[in-house]
Design a binder for this molecule. Structure first.
Ligand code: AMP
Length: 286
């Protein structure tokens, strides 16, 4: 392949590239990632290309969104594979700062994520969304994108970032991209690489269970019955722990839902040492 996507790793080099683009009147889309890229990430790059002249993909495994007991040290990394995928996807620039570039020793400012971070993932990963909001605010200021693309796979993250952008009047538009799945329904995730063969065989039960829950909601089954049955089904399938299965207002993520408004079912469950999350749309019973 003759084309190879350009990569920069300092804010200074990044700004040179974006300044050239801006002076040529180009618009910019940002796709933030933590690398170990898969087809879900590539689908975001495709959406980005449809929405702007230039596409920047950031690759940064952000330490501040991991708790000390979480998987930061073993988070999958694949620099060469990522580069090849982004070259094939015709991204324009890879922004891959070091931890020291992103958080110099003098760094001391942080963003406290808003109310959308209060529960669900926030209850199990208390400082996670503060880390996500802070690094995304930095990425937005570094890249100055017109649009940023995020996956619905991390549905609550999207809600938190929408609040961030609205509350702080950030001059960019957030775009939500649908979840890309394996043929058996498992949502693509860099963390799927942790699954043993046996766990991988059980994993699609998460999507099957929440899809079935959405159908039960549509025929008017009480929410408490839906979530109790879904939890039991996951345990029976072999999930070792269910952190939550919850039915929420699709836009506010509030637990108090109004008739006729779109809903979202969100779930997090463990297979051994691996925590999987997923979510699907559900309609209110009419
Ligand atoms: P990550 O590298 O896991 O931080 O994800 C980077 C971006 O890719 C986030 O906006 C995710 O929501 C999105 N993403 C992750 N998995 C998928 C998927 N299976 N389909 C679509 N987008 C995804």
């Amino acid at each position: 392949m003759s084309h190879s996507v350009k990569a920069v790793s300092t804010v200074r080099d990044l700004r040179h590239v974006t300044a050239d683009w801006r002076s040529a009147g180009k618009t910019i889309a940002l796709v933030p990632t933590m690398g170990a890229l898969h087809s879900g990430h590539v689908s975001l790059v495709r959406q980005a290309k449809d929405r702007a002249d230039k596409v920047v993909v950031s690759i940064f495994v952000n330490p501040t969104q991991f708790a000390p007991h979480e998987d930061l040290a073993r988070y999958p990394r694949d620099e060469a594979g990522d580069h090849a995928k982004l070259t094939a996807a015709e991204a324009d620039l890879v922004w891959s700062p070091s931890v020291e570039e992103m958080y110099p020793a003098s760094f001391s400012t942080g963003i406290k994520a808003g109310s959308a971070a209060a529960d669900l993932e926030g209850a199990f990963r208390p400082h996670h969304f503060d880390g996500v909001a802070t690094v995304c605010a930095k990425l937005f200021n570094q890249v100055t994108p017109d649009v940023a693309i995020f996956g619905e796979k991390d549905y609550q993250q999207l809600a938190v970032l929408r609040q961030l952008v609205d509350d702080l009047n950030m001059p960019l538009k957030l775009i939500a991209a649908p979840t890309v799945r394996e043929t058996d329904g498992l949502a693509l995730s860099s963390r799927n690489a942790y699954l043993s063969e046996k766990e991988r065989a059980i994993a699609p039960a998460l999507y099957a269970t929440i899809t079935d829950a959405a159908e039960k909601i549509a025929i008017g089954t009480p929410f408490s019955v839906v979530t109790t049955d879904a939890t039991a089904r996951l345990v029976k399938a072999g999930f070792t722990k269910v952190d939550y299965i919850d039915i929420r207002d699709a836009s506010t993520l509030s637990a108090s839902v109004s008739p006729g408004k779109p809903l979202r079912i969100l779930a997090a469950a463990w297979l051994g040492k691996t925590r999987l999350i997923d979510n699907v749309a559900a309609g209110s019973p009419s």
